[in-house]
Design a protein around this ligand. Structure first.
Ligand SMILES: [Zn+2]
Length: 472
């Protein structure tokens, strides 16, 4: 049996202990196994309805001629992204791949593993941690994996389902130029793009917010690709030894089978509240802590792998680790939560919490002070404008250089600035824009690890985006 995306989120939350822990005490989380062929993401009846609607729309839109290049499918980009304000290291877990075993009662994924469930035709990507908090705050967006035309779209359905009920999902179906289809299911109510059936979308364009509409028991995206408008024409975008549906990957860059990573590390005065579905979780992060107090530190892992080591450090403003401790993974599981109670230093000042796992690092900034905390509520204390997605920054997090690009800026000279979490400017430079896309590279290797706000200002425009500096 395989875990549904939704099940992971919901059940992890239910099972976690909320008691205060001795120092440092480990909370480990086993993922439950609940999903099966009797409780699929999409029922056969729903598949039939969508297929009929798509068939009608394809004909009405005059797109019957597409499909001549079906053996050379368009390259897919990742169908999710972090929205404004989310500065976690990562935000998703793949909880079920396509079932490659066509016989009933058995299943296997493209890599000959068991990360799927019987008859599953898509890739389930679960938002994590805090899936309902993320949904309520629109923190994870569904975006077009490839350019195409909206062939079908349905919105307005309830989006906090916790059990399978054959409910209608909020979804979008896109047909690509080569006649292949991509289906995006389970989105948040009233979050879908305002574009209509028949309109084009670009790769990476906003489609909606991850939700729990339809046959879902927690927020996740069911992403499904096909070579034709038929449920039986489904393919697996991942190429591998046990993919019998297609020999080549459909991804522009295929992700590895597992991605062990620290998704998030947080610090606060109290434990997070991981309420059960459909209640919204309360992260209880706090960037302002009293000297010598007992903090609660939590680390969230994806694809925890037995034998790998989590390194947790609290660093002062000079980058010196004043507290550090390791944890060696004793198990392999999709999603894990670890928590500690940790006695903080008495020295007041700015600090960072860093957690590293498998060459990924999560960084969050906080202050130890008896005075009024200078950091606003929230994990970082600096806020992006609503236009954060107008700036592309990569890599982010970074240990050295950042490449900045933005389209649509008027020609002229702009000021590029970095501010730390207290609002102090730590770097600035000019950027001259003459063409359609503005590009700039900056070195941040001299900055201490933490969260910074990148601003592009000039000609009546201000764009902002959070970036994370981390030493990998
Ligand atoms: Zn699914």
């Amino acid at each position: 049996m395989k875990i549904a995306a939704t099940t992971i989120c919901a059940a992890l939350c239910c099972a976690i202990s909320m008691s205060i822990h001795a120092q440092p005490t480990l909370i480990s989380q086993q993922s439950p196994i609940l999903n099966d062929a009797s409780h699929p993401c999409i029922s056969d009846a729903m598949y039939q309805i969508i297929e009929q609607r798509c068939s009608t729309n394809v004909h009405a839109l005059g797109l019957d001629h597409l499909g001549s290049q079906r053996n050379n499918p368009v390259a897919l980009n990742w169908p999710l992204r972090m929205a404004n304000g989310l500065s976690d290291n990562s935000y998703y877990i793949i909880s079920a791949y396509v079932d490659q075993d066509q016989s009933s009662g058995s299943y296997k994924d493209w890599n000959c593993g068991a990360n799927t469930y019987d008859t599953h035709r898509g890739t389930d990507i679960c938002t994590y941690p805090y899936p309902f908090y993320k949904m309520d705050n629109n923190q994870v967006e569904v975006v077009a994996a490839a350019a195409g035309i909206i062939i079908d779209k349905h919105d307005g359905e309830f989006d906090k389902n916790c059990v399978h009920s054959n409910a209608q999902a909020n979804y979008i179906v896109i047909e690509h130029a080569d006649g292949t289809f991509a289906n995006y299911f389970h989105m948040k109510k009233n979050s879908l793009t305002s574009k209509n059936i028949g309109e084009s979308v670009a790769v990476g364009e906003y489609l909606g917010v991850v939700g729990s509409s339809g046959d879902a028991n927690g927020p996740h995206l069911h992403f499904e690709v096909r070579t034709a408008n038929s449920a039986s024409a489904y393919k697996d975008p991942f190429a591998g030894g046990c993919n019998s549906l297609n020999t080549t990957s459909w991804w522009a860059t295929q992700k590895p089978y597992t991605e062990p990573a620290v998704l998030k590390a947080q610090i606060g005065n109290v434990d997070p509240v991981l309420a059960s579905c459909p209640n919204t979780e309360t992260p209880n992060e706090s960037p302002c802590l009293q000297p010598g107090s007992d903090a609660r530190i939590y680390v969230f892992l994806r694809d925890e792998t037995q034998g790998m080591v989590v390194n947790i450090k609290i660093k002062d403003s000079t980058g010196h680790a004043v507290l550090s401790w390791p944890l060696t993974s004793a198990q392999t599981q999709l999603a894990s939560i670890y928590g500690w109670q940790q006695h903080l230093p008495t020295q007041q000042g700015s600090y960072t919490l860093e957690a590293s796992y498998n060459n990924t690092t999560s960084v969050s900034s906080f202050e130890i002070t008896t005075a009024q905390c200078r950091i606003a509520s929230g994990s970082t204390g600096i806020e992006e404008a609503d236009n954060a997605n107008a700036i592309n920054v990569y890599p982010n997090p970074t240990s050295g250089r950042i490449n900045i690009s933005s389209t649509g800026l008027a020609a002229g000279t702009y000021n590029v600035m970095l501010h730390d979490m207290l609002g102090q400017e730590v770097m600035q430079d000019d950027m001259i824009v003459s063409g359609a896309t503005a590009e700039k590279t900056m070195s941040v290797s001299g900055l201490m690890d933490g969260i910074y706000l990148l601003s592009i200002r000039g000609n009546g425009t201000t764009l902002t985006r959070k970036i994370q500096k981390a030493t990998f």
